[in-house]
Design a protein. Sequence first.
Lengths: 366, 478
Amino acid sequence: MKRFLKILALFLAPVILLLGMFSLALVRSGELTPTADIEAAALNGGLELFGLAYRDDTRALKQAVANARGADVLVLGTSRSMQLRGAFFASDSFYNAGGGVAYISQAQVFLENMPPDARPKHLLLVLDQYFYNETWTSIEPEDSAALRPYTQPDAFYALRRALADYLDGKYSLLHVLGTQDGVYGMSAAGRGAGFYADGSYTYGTAVLHPEKSVDAEFKDTFQRIAKNTNRFEYGETPDAESLAQTEALLAFCARTGIEVTAFLPPYAPSVWQRMQETGQYGYIPATFAALETMFARYGFEVFDYSYLPETNDSQYVDGFHGSDRVYAALCARLAEDSLLLGAQFDSAALTALFTAQGNPLTVSLP
Amino acid sequence: MQFTSLAYLGFFAAVFAVHWAVPQKARWAVCLAASAGFYALLGAPMLAVLALCIAISYLGGLWLQRRRGRRPALALALAAAAALAPLLFFKYFNTLLGAYAPESVRAFSLLTPVGISFFTFKAVAYLAEVYKGALPPCRHFGRYALYVSFFPEVSMGPIQRPGDLMAQIGTPRAFDAGRAVRGAQLMLWGYFEKLVVADNLAPYVSAGLDAPDLVMGLSVFLASVLYAVQLYADFAGYSHIAIGCMQLLGFDVPENFRAPYFSTSVKEFWNRWHISLSSWLRDYVYIPLGGSRCSTARCCVNLLITFLVSGLWHGTGLQFAVWGLLHGAYLAVGRLTVPARARLWRASHIPEQSAPARGLKILVTFVLVWFGWVFFRAPTLSGALHLFARMPDSFSLAPPALKNALAMLGFNSGMLIRVGFACALLCAVDFAARRTGFSAWLAGRRKWFQAALCYVLVLAILFLAPIGASPTPIYFQF
C-alpha cells in the first residue's frame, strides 16, 4: 500500500502544483473576493477596476454602490450605457449604474430600492430599442425584477473556468499573478476589462484587437438581423406593456423629484443601415414617437440616437455597442440637444476627445 | 451519484481507505455497505427494487439446488422469470402506460431504477450457473448481495460472471500495488473517454440529430458519425472507470471494451463491444437456442433472435428492434457469405490479412455499425428514417460545405481542434491497445511512457473537459 500511495503522491505532486498556481492566480486576481468586500472597496476608494469573470453580481453591486453614493447624476441602463464615463460630465457627483437593469421595468425597481435621500437629481436613462419590441419581450420575458443577493464565490467552478480560459489564451498567468491592489476579478486582472470606480466600463485589451472579436466586421450582428433573432427580432408596433412600464417609471420620477433625460442608444452605422434595408424594424420610430409624447407630458426629454452619422463603424465594439468615442460624441450631442442635462457637458472638449488621433475605440481621458 | 462527480471521487476514496484498513474478512461487508449507500443515494424505492432482485435470486439459487433432478428446467424458468419480473415491469410498464392508459393515469409513470438491467442480468446469470451445476448456490447472503450490487458495476456494468466475481469476494487478497496502479490508470483513461471525448461531443451530436431539419444534410451525417464516437467513449469510459475502481479494491474484472471500431467484421465487433453483455447473450440466449451447432438456417434464426432480444432489452421502440435485427442480419449474412468473400479476396489478389485489406474491412465494419447506430440514437423508427432522409440534402464533401456543416453543429475552430485532439488520442490508444486491451497494453510500455500518457490524460481532463455537470451516461437509460 505504501508503494502505491508513494507512486500516487509523486504523480499527483506536479498536478497539485499546477492547480495551486491557478488557484493562487484566482486569489490574486480577486475573483474569489466576496462581493461585499468589493462593495466596501468601491465605497472607500479602494476600487480601481472590477471585472468578475466567473460569477455575475453586477446588478446587485451597482445597486448597492448607487445606494451608498447617492450621486446627483445617475446613469441607468444595460451594457449600452456603460461607456458613459464620469469624466464626460461636469458633476463630480456621478455614478454609472449601467448593467444594473436588463428590462425597462427594472429601472423603477432600481430607483425604488434606493434610499429616498440617495436618489439622483438627474437620471440619464438609456432605453435599448428592443425593450419595446413585442417579439423580444415575449421571447425573453423578464426573469425577475427582485434583486438577487450576492452570489458566493465558487472556487472549484472558477478554477475549472480559469483553466479553460487559459487554454483559450484569455490571460497570462504571470500577468494575473502580479495583479495590482484594487483590481477585482479575472476579467479585470487578465484582460483589463471591467468597471471603473465611477461605474463605467472598459473593454480592456479587447479594443486592441477588434479583428479577434466574435462580431468582427459585424458578422454576428448581421446574422442576427438576417435570422430575425437575438435582440434583432423584427417588429412593427411598440410593446404596450413596456410603454406602460416606462410611463410608470416617469410618474415615479416626477413624484420623487428626479429629472429624466433618456436616449435610444446608437447602432453602428452599417448595422443601422442594414436594419433599415430590411424594413422590419418599424417599432423603433414608432416607439420613439410614443416616448417623445410621453416624456414631454412629464417635462422630461428623450432623444433618438439610434443612428449617429458623425460616428463610423470602426468606433463600435460590436454592432450595437459603441465605444468610449461614440459615447463622447453622443454626450457632445446631448450638450446641444438636452435642456435638462446639457449644462453637464463641455461640447468642445467632448468633440476633441471624439476626433482625437489614436485607437478609434478608446479616448484619452485626462 | 455519477462516477464523474467530485462526490463520487470523495466517496470512492473513503471506501478505498476503509476497505484496506479493515481486516480481510470484513472487507466484503465494507463493500456491501458502500454499495447499499451508493444505491440508496438514488432513492429508497430504488434500493428496495435492488434488494428484491437480490432476495429473489438468492432464494431462487437455493431452491434450484433443492429441486435438482425434479424438472430443473422448469425451476430455472420460474426462478429466472421471478428475477426478471422487476426488469420487465419497469422496462415496459411506462411504455404500456403511455400507449394504453388514459391521460390522467399517465402521470404515474415510474422512474426506472438505475442499472436494473445490469443487476438483473447478473442475477439471471447466477441462477443459470447454479442450474447448470457450474456453481454451487451461495449460502452467504451478504456476499451474494455484494455480487449483485457491487457499486462500481451496479449502474452500467460490466455484467461480471458469478463464478468469477463471487470467487474473488469469497477469497480476499492482499493489496497489490501493481493491480492498484493499473486500476488507477484505467480509471484515468475512463475519465478521459467520458469527460473529454464523450462530453465534448455531446452538444454537437445533439445539434445535428435532435433537430435535423435545422441543419444541412452533411451536418446530420457528421453528427451521426460523431455519435458513434460519443456512444463508445461514453460507455467504454464508464466501464473503464468501473473496472478501475474494482481493481483498486483488489478485484480483477475482464475488459468490457477492446477497441471495437478496429474490428474487421461485425462478428469481431461484438467480441469487442460491451463484451460482458455480448457474452451474456451468447451464453444465456444464443447457446440455449442451439447456437451454431445446428443447421445453417437455424443458426441464422438463432442469431436474429439473440440480437432481437438485445434490441428489445435496449428499448421498447421499434427502432431498437430494427437495430437488433439489423445486427442479427449482419452476422447471419456474414456467416452465409464466408466462402463467397474468400473467393472475392482471392480474385482481387490482395492478401486478406494485408494492411489494405484489413483497413477496408475495418471501414466497412464501421459503416455497418454506424448505420445501426442511427436507429439506436433516433427516438422512433420514423425518426431514424427521417435522419437518413435528411443526410443527402445538399450533400457535398467540398471544404466550404464541410466548414458550413461543422459550423451548423456549433463547432468553432478552437473546439474543432480540441475535439480533434481528443478523438485522435482515443483512436491512437485504441489502435495501439487493440490486441490486449488498455491495461495490458499500458503495463507493457516503459515507465516514462506510462507517466507521460497519464499526465496528458490529466491535463486533457483539467483543460478540455466541458465545465458544468457531466451529462448523464447514455447507457443509464438502459
